[in-house]
Design a protein around this ligand. Structure first.
Ligand code: PMP
Length: 353
């Protein structure tokens, strides 16, 4: 009897695909996934969960959309919720197709989803300062992408791109019938205001945000903001109940009743990031890059060994060296975690000198 081989049935583009790296690695201090370090227990802000589990969730997530709308002062009809912004990236590419253009290095899911859906990817390398090159403008004109993804602040480099540069990209895209998606996952930690104020000027602009980086990663809530005509099209591919009832309920309460606490956590993370940036820049042989996010990218010789030694001491960071030579990315933790990270890192580097 022939043994069934599923691989023979797998579509070509999926065969070549490397899945997103999300693994649970045991550690004492977790600084690898750009989460908030502040524990948020349900009992901290919810006494009763008023959800009827025998019923499907609200397919339109109206209460949650309205809670988000109040925060960002945009009508809720311009907001779509996803099971994380990952899901919304998937919906965007499924709806509009490719080519999909994005600077590189950037968040891996733009490329992974484009590849799974089977559309062409166009990558434009960032320059030595991790800034977007002028060639993006030419690529929009010559390659005619349908979607352009820009993460600002950018993951994993940490910098945000200048508003003028992005506006020029949106304007060029608008003249070439392309949609620009500004992924503002890290906007809460950034000194710039983001692109919400420009939504009224550009029909081809979409903004992605998430609750994952500000303390609610376990809930899986991402949201897309764009004009109703765009949302109408994307809604055609959205799965009927993509955000479960518990998530809708808890996220709504968190936004309505707990937001001032979330805001305090964000302020604390920004303060700690600035401190960490200073401390890292004092370390000889380490090159630290400016960050507007809740993580910092740095380069260090023997980065993979440094990563392993940190992990041996129970500290988990992200090894980025396969994408950026010698680079590690550290998420900002609590004050105590950051102090411990710096102490252990200094000890490890002391061994090399
Ligand atoms: N965009 C960027 C730039 C990210 O870094 C991440 C998370 N790593 C996401 C989107 C996905 O976030 P979510 O948890 O909302 O799916």
């Amino acid at each position: 009897m022939n043994r069934f081989n599923p691989e023979s049935l797998v579509r070509q583009n999926i065969r070549k695909l490397t899945p997103y790296q999300a693994k649970e690695i045991p550690c004492r201090i977790k600084l690898d996934a750009n989460e908030s370090p502040f524990p948020l227990k349900l009992s901290d802000f919810i006494s009763e969960i008023d959800v009827h589990l025998n019923r499907y969730p609200d397919p339109e997530a109206i209460k949650l959309r309205k809670a988000l709308a109040r925060r960002i002062k945009i009508p809720y009809t311009k907001i779509m919720i996803g099971n994380g912004s990952d899901e919304l990236i998937y919906y965007l590419i499924l709806t509009f197709g490719g080519p999909v253009l994005y600077p590189s290095p950037t968040f891996a899911m733009y490329g992974i989803i484009a590849q799974s859906v089977g559309v062409k990817r166009i990558e434009s390398k960032l320059d030595v300062n991790f800034d977007i090159k002028e060639e993006v403008i030419d690529l929009i004109k010559t390659e005619k992408p349908r979607l352009i993804f820009i993460s600002s602040p950018n993951n994993p480099t940490g910098n945000s791109f200048s508003t003028e540069k992005i506006l020029k990209i949106i304007d060029t895209a608008s003249k070439n019938s392309a949609i620009v998606v500004i992924d503002e996952a890290y906007q809460p930690f950034c000194s710039e205001r983001g692109f919400l104020p420009f939504l009224k000027d550009f029909d081809n602009l979409v903004i992605l945000r998430t609750l994952s980086k500000i303390g609610l990663a376990g809930l899986r809530v991402g949201y897309l903001i764009g004009n109703e005509s765009l949302l109408f099209e994307i809604n055609k591919v959205r799965l009927p109940y993509n955000v479960d009832a518990l998530t809708q309920y808890i996220a709504t309460v968190a936004l309505n009743k707990f937001y001032s606490q979330i805001r305090k956590f964000i302020t604390e993370i920004v303060k700690e990031r600035n401190k960490m940036q200073k401390e890292l820049s004092k370390i000889k042989g380490l090159q630290v890059f400016p960050s507007e996010a809740n993580f910092i990218l740095f380069k260090i010789k023997n980065s993979h060994n440094v990563y392993k030694k940190l992990l041996k001491e129970g500290i988990l960071v992200r090894d980025i060296s396969s994408t950026i030579k010698d680079a590690l990315r550290v998420t900002i933790g609590t004050k105590e975690e950051n102090r411990e990270f710096l102490k252990v890192l200094n000890n490890i580097l002391g061994e090399y000198s």
